[in-house]
Write a protein that binds this ligand. Structure first.
Ligand code: IPM
Ligand code: MG
Length: 367
C-alpha cells in the first residue's frame, strides 16, 4: 500500500518557518513510528501571487483535492494589502475551504497547565480549560450572494448576505454532536435568533439534529451573550457550534483565553473521500505575523499541534497524536519558551528551530 499523502502549503510570513519544524516532526514519525507520508509542497497566498499572479494556482487546487490531507502555514502580509480583493492572499485560503467543501472547522481552545497564568483572565478561570469550537466554514456571510459594492442613487452600498440552507446547518451540527459524544457530551449552539431569520433556522435545525443524540445536552445562546460568557466563565463550555462569521470572532476570543495564539491548531474537515478519510486541511489559528517573519522567533507549536490533529482526524492515529501533544506539554512544562510565551520577567526565549529541537527530544524521550 502506498503511503498517505500530505500537501504542505507553507504560505507567507512565519508560515515557512513554523512549517519547517513540522517537517522535522513528520520525519520523526517516519523514522521512529513507521508512519511514512508522501509529502509534496506548493505555494499559497502571497507566495503564490508572487509567482503566478493568483493566490492559489489551479494545479495546486487540484493537488489539494487529491491528497489525504493538506497542511497550511499562514497567508497574508502588508505587502499584499493594496492588491485587488479577488487576488488577496486570503482568497487562496477561502478557495481551498470552499472547493474542498471543508464545512466543519474544529478549533480547540485548550489551556496548557504550564501557561495558565498567561491568560488575561484569572488563572482559576482558565486552568484546565478545554473547549472545542466547531465553526461552519463554507457558507454564511463569507460566501452568500448577492455580495459586492454597488451604486445606489448617489451613493455606494456594500452588500454581503448571510445565507444558510438547512443541509448546511445540519451537516456541521452532526459533526459537532459527534465530537460532543467523544467529549463531555455538552453542546452549546450560538446564533442571533433574536434578530436574524438564519439564526431562527439554525436553532430549529440544531434542535432537530439533537434528537439523534439524546445523550448530548444541548443548549442555545445568542452569540453576543456567548462572547460575554466566554470571558466570564469559559469552563462552562464543552463543544460550541456556530456559523462562519460568529465562529471566526468567537474562536479568536476563545483562543486568547489560553494566553497565546501561538499554541492553537485547527482542523477543517469535509465529507469522506473514497478511502474513507475526510477531505481535510490543518492549519494553525495564528496568522502570518509579518512583524516577526524571517527572524526565527515564531512559535511552531500551533502548526505542530495541527499535524497532531491530522494524525487523529485523517489518519486514525489518536495514540500518536496523544504522543505529540504530550511532547508539546512536556516542553512547556520544562520551561522552553518562544518569545510569544515569555512573561515580562522571563529569561531568554528559544528560537523556532530550538523549539523544534526540544520537541524532537521530548518525542525521543517518549519512546
Ligand atoms: C481565520 C481567518 C480567516 C477567516 C481569514 C484569513 C480569511 O481569520 O481562519 O479565522 O476570516 O476565516
Ligand atoms: Mg479569524
Amino acid at each position: 500500500m502506498s503511503n498517505p499523502s500530505l500537501l504542505i502549503l507553507a504560505g507567507d510570513g512565519i508560515g515557512p518557518e513554523v512549517m519547517s519544524q513540522v517537517q522535522r516532526v513528520i520525519g520523526w514519525f517516519g523514522d521512529n513510528r513507521g508512519l511514512n507520508f508522501d509529502v509534496s509542497e506548493d505555494l499559497v497566498g502571497g507566495a503564490a501571487y508572487d509567482k503566478h499572479g493568483v493566490p492559489l494556482h489551479d494545479d495546486t487546487m487540484a493537488k489539494a483535492q487529491e491528497v489525504d490531507a493538506v497542511l497550511l502555514g499562514a497567508v497574508g502580509g502588508p505587502k499584499y494589502d493594496d492588491l485587488d480583493f479577488s487576488v488577496k492572499p486570503e482568497r487562496g485560503l477561502l478557495r481551498l475551504r470552499k472547493e474542498m467543501d471543508l464545512f466543519a472547522n474544529l478549533r480547540p481552545a485548550q489551556c496548557f497547565d504550564a501557561l495558565s497564568d498567561f491568560s488575561s483572565l484569572k488563572t482559576e478561570l482558565v486552568a484546565g480549560l478545554d473547549i472545542m469550537i466547531v465553526r461552519e466554514l463554507t457558507s454564511g456571510v463569507y460566501f452568500g450572494e448577492p455580495r459586492g459594492i454597488f451604486e445606489e442613487g448617489n451613493e455606494r452600498v456594500g452588500i454581503n448576505t448571510q445565507r444558510y440552507t438547512e443541509s448546511e446547518i445540519e451537516r456541521g451540527a452532526r459533526a459537532a454532536f459527534e465530537l460532543a459524544m467523544k467529549r463531555d457530551k455538552r453542546l452549546c449552539s450560538m446564533e442571533k435568533a433574536n434578530v436574524m431569520e438564519s439564526g431562527i433556522l439554525w436553532r430549529q435545525v440544531v434542535t432537530e439534529v439533537s434528537k439523534d443524540y439524546p445523550e448530548v445536552e444541548l443548549s442555545h445562546m445568542y452569540a453576543d451573550n456567548g462572547a460575554m460568557q466566554l470571558v466570564r466563565a469559559p469552563k462552562q463550555f464543552d463543544v460550541i457550534y456556530t456559523d462562519n462569521l460568529f465562529g471566526d470572532i468567537l474562536s479568536d476570543c476563545a483562543a486568547m483565553l489560553t494566553g497565546s495564539l501561538g499554541m492553537l491548531p485547527s482542523a477543517s474537515l469535509g465529507a469522506p473521500m473514497d478511502n474513507g478519510r475526510p477531505k481535510a486541511l490543518y492549519e494553525p489559528v495564528h496568522g502570518s505575523a509579518p512583524d516577526i517573519a524571517g527572524q526565527g522567533k515564531a512559535n511552531p507549536c500551533a502548526c505542530v499541534l495541527s499535524f497532531a490533529m491530522a494524525l487523529r482526524y485523517s489518519f486514525a492515529e489518536g495514540g500518536e497524536a496523544d504522543r505529540l501533544e504530550a511532547a508539546v506539554e512536556k516542553v512547556l512544562a520544562d520551561g522552553v519558551r518562544t518569545g510569544d510565551l515569555m512573561q515580562a520577567d522571563g529569561g531568554t526565549p528559544v528560537s523556532t528551530s530550538e523549539m523544534g529541537d526540544a520537541l524532537l527530544a521530548a518525542l525521543d524521550a517518549s519512546l
